[in-house]
Write a protein that binds this ligand. Sequence first.
Ligand code: MD3
Ligand code: FE
Length: 205
Amino acid sequence: MTGHELIPGFRYLPGHFDRAAQEALVGEIRAVAAAAPLYVPVMPRSGQPMSVRMTNCGALGWVTDRDGGYRYQDRHPVTGRPWPPIPASLMRLWAEVSGYPKPPQACLVNFYDATAKMGLHQDRDESDLEAPVVSVSLGDQCLFRIGGTARKAPTRSLRLSSGDVVVLGGESRLSFHGVDRIYPGTSTLLRDGGRINLTLRRVDP
Ligand code: MD3
Ligand code: FE
């Protein structure tokens, strides 16, 4: 994406994590998913399943279901147990790149298989919209798209690779964004392929 520096508050840190750090993160996320299994989220009202599988770590997790809608809650919706803690390496990442004084409360884990995608949306279920969102990509590359704060504003596309970090602060925090496609076979990090995206979030002011 050329000109992404023109979206105020958007920072792209390509290759922030080296291969060894990516492997360590995958191990930590596998442990999270062992305690808090990936599940299929469904859209409010329609009950349509999303193509991404999800789980969380941290005090709060982002969840969605037919009747309750989009929200943060302190329990896994299937097991009813608290979410496991955010790994220390991700707490350090937040301290290094967020520029925000309070720690993250939630880390949403999205798993994409070769056919999964995520439609254009805004993230606005957090009460604290001053805090940035910090994203980490692991595994196969994806085509990420980001626009403006109006759905109809023009968008730019960026191919995100394993180890890349994106910080969405300032005006970019309320930008519409999504994942148009996964590029299968573009990374050897995950034995069975696919892509993991981690988003660190502050929920309460
Ligand atoms: C721009 N995830 O979980 S990460 C999401 O790759 C989400 O799984 C995508 O959108 C993924 O909500 C994109 C990059 C990202 C994350 C949060 C943002 C971009 C953002 C919040 C505001 C603006
Ligand atoms: Fe999002």
